[in-house]
Write a protein that binds this ligand. Structure first.
Ligand code: SF4
Length: 277
């Protein structure tokens, strides 16, 4: 029997729902999962925005964000995560520009000087429908009396049909805050930097939907760990799975897609098939 993890975070739950085998490689076998460039850009942008929110309201200007980005860059550049990208000088310049566009994109959504910050990077733990939940909230803020949970996103705004997962993740944060602080946030916001704010009212129905789904995932994880059976769920995402080389079903999916002309050329794991031919 595999050990069930002590907590379930939104990203872990989403990973298991996407492919239990991939989840097992990461959360049970603890194999390193090198982040892609987009994720590392997001990490740096988050770091700068967190520091920006630590300043007084009047200090939260774009110029100050530039100063912070410059100050925080050397430490970020030395991080294992960034080093794993192995960027050339030119690629590094492109990375910094991409990160700056994400950071400056906050001003397309709001004036940070007018935001009443309560906390940033707040760790919350709660027991939601019996599930030991753990999450880190990018930003908690007040708008008048209202408490609001905000989450920065540096990726593209998902199409409407793919939004439920993202909404449920922030609803879980709202549920955890309600339990942890005895106050239910009124709204959750997904701040897609440089693009759009997705803003939702926190309702009992939405919280229930999100926690129901979390409880189902937790139960499925428990069954998978007990039986040590972690089903592979091959999809187009196998092309971006860092564990594809260890997964026969994933390799078969990549081969099937290549043979049918449906293997996307920019999918990194596609190289496994090309190199095998
Ligand atoms: S290659 Fe595909 S099926 Fe295999 S673990 Fe990765 S995502 Fe799952």
């Amino acid at each position: 029997m595999a050990d069930v993890p002590p907590h379930l975070s939104p990203s872990s739950a989403s990973s298991f729902d996407g492919c239990p085998r991939r989840w097992k490689f990461k959360y049970i076998d603890r194999l390193p999962e090198p982040p892609g460039q987009a994720a590392v850009v997001g990490t740096f942008a988050h770091t700068v925005l967190e520091s920006l929110c630590g300043l007084t309201q009047a200090e939260r200007t774009k110029d100050q964000a530039k100063v912070l980005a410059r100050e925080l860059w050397p430490e970020h550049e030395e991080s294992v995560e960034h080093q794993s990208l192995n960027l050339s000088d030119e690629e590094s310049r492109a990375f910094r520009w991409q990160a700056w566009l994400a950071i400056a994109g906050l001003w397309d959504l709001e004036d940070p000087a007018s935001v009443d910050i309560v906390a940033t990077e707040q760790k919350v733990t709660a027991t939601l429908q019996g599930v030991p939940f753990l999450g880190i909230i990018d930003r908690l803020e007040r708008e008048g009396e209202k408490l609001i949970v905000s989450d920065y996103k540096s990726g593209k705004v998902p199409a409407v049909r793919w939004r439920d997962d993202k909404i449920q993740q922030v609803m879980l944060y709202a549920a955890a805050v309600t339990q942890d602080q005895d106050e239910q946030p009124e709204r959750v916001r997904l701040l897609y930097l440089g693009q759009q704010v997705l803003d939702y009212a926190v309702t009992d129905r939405r919280i229930e939907e999100a926690t129901d789904k979390l409880a189902t995932t937790w139960s499925n994880i428990d069954s998978a760990c007990t039986s040590e059976t972690f089903e592979a769920t091959p999809t187009v995402l196998c092309g971006w799975c860092p564990f594809a080389a260890k997964c026969p079903e994933g390799l078969a999916e990549l081969t099937r897609r290549q043979d049918s002309g449906n293997l996307l050329p920019h999918a990194p794991a596609g190289a496994l098939i090309s190199s095998a031919n």
